[in-house]
Design a protein around this ligand. Structure first.
Ligand code: OGA
Ligand code: MN
Length: 255
């Protein structure tokens, strides 16, 4: 499975941006695998209500649920045929992440947190944030379902982070995150794709979803010549994402 560099636009990125820290695999799951993840999530989300805030309203208009799966040990038994398809898709994803986005030396010791399914309504918003460094480890990855989207990464700094509070709406300070920070990286996330954030993209950059109607510049040849670029208008409707995180190392688990 190959990732596609055309899906990560670094034209406006800082010079020292590490392109290996943000990758997109288009069509990572098959239609069928995607459907199994959608169905399983729908089942578990049924009794959840849409919420309007959490983490200082980083996210609004969403529902969220854990997608626990049978563990590796059970999976390796002969009961293989009983493993539901959504769980196979999750294990396939974890294997891809373990084999390609962790140091070879410790990729046998990854402690995965349960996946989260996030159902973001068409009007829902996911604002710039860095995932908890207290609970979550070195990787943040997600499968996009039901809708295409554009994710933007921007350099995280204390100034910009604290900007996210409500009282700066009427401050006329020129230090406004979205206006002064002109450096960013965009990820095009079509349905059934997998994105992976590690290293600087996970720890030093915020991630957010752009509003519907945003454009993404897809370079057709994967290289030279802006003439070959196609602008894609990305309509984001209701989105379902399956989020993968590993546990933060230390404390309880040795090494
Ligand atoms: C999150 C997040 C992105 C997505 O829940 O922390 O960044 O793809 N989600 O849903
Ligand atoms: Mn996040």
């Amino acid at each position: 499975m190959k990732h596609d560099t055309r899906y990560v636009n670094v034209k406006n990125a800082p010079l020292d941006f590490d392109i290996s820290s943000a990758v997109v695999y288009p069509n990572f799951v098959t239609e069928e695998e995607g459907k199994s993840l959608i169905n399983e999530s729908a089942k578990r989300l049924k009794r959840r209500r849409f919420e309007d805030g959490h983490w200082d309203s980083v996210i609004t208009g969403y529902r969220e649920v854990e997608l626990s799966t049978p563990n590796e040990h059970e999976l390796n038994q002969d009961t293989h045929k009983d493993v539901p398809q959504f769980a196979k898709a999750i294990h396939k994803t974890r294997k891809q992440l373990a084999d390609n986005h962790f140091n070879k030396s410790n990729n046998n010791h990854i402690q995965w947190l349960p996946c989260h399914a996030i159902d973001l309504s068409a009007k829902g918003v996911l604002k710039a944030h860095v995932d908890s460094v207290k609970f979550s480890g070195e990787i943040v990855a997600g499968i996009s379902l039901l809708s295409d989207a554009v994710m933007r990464l921007r350099l995280s700094s204390d100034e910009w982070d604290s900007d996210d509070t409500k009282d700066d709406t009427n401050s006329d300070s020129s230090m406004n995150s979205s206006n002064t920070n002109e450096e960013y990286v965009d990820l095009y996330l079509p349905q059934n794709s997998l994105y992976v954030l590690t290293g600087m993209s996970r720890y030093s950059y915020t991630h957010e979803l752009l509003p519907t109607g945003s454009t993404f510049e897809l370079s057709r040849s994967g290289g030279e010549g802006d003439d070959d670029d196609t602008e894609i208008e990305v309509i984001r409707g209701r989105r379902l994402s399956i989020i993968f995180r590993d546990a933060k190392k230390g404390k309880d688990n040795s090494s």
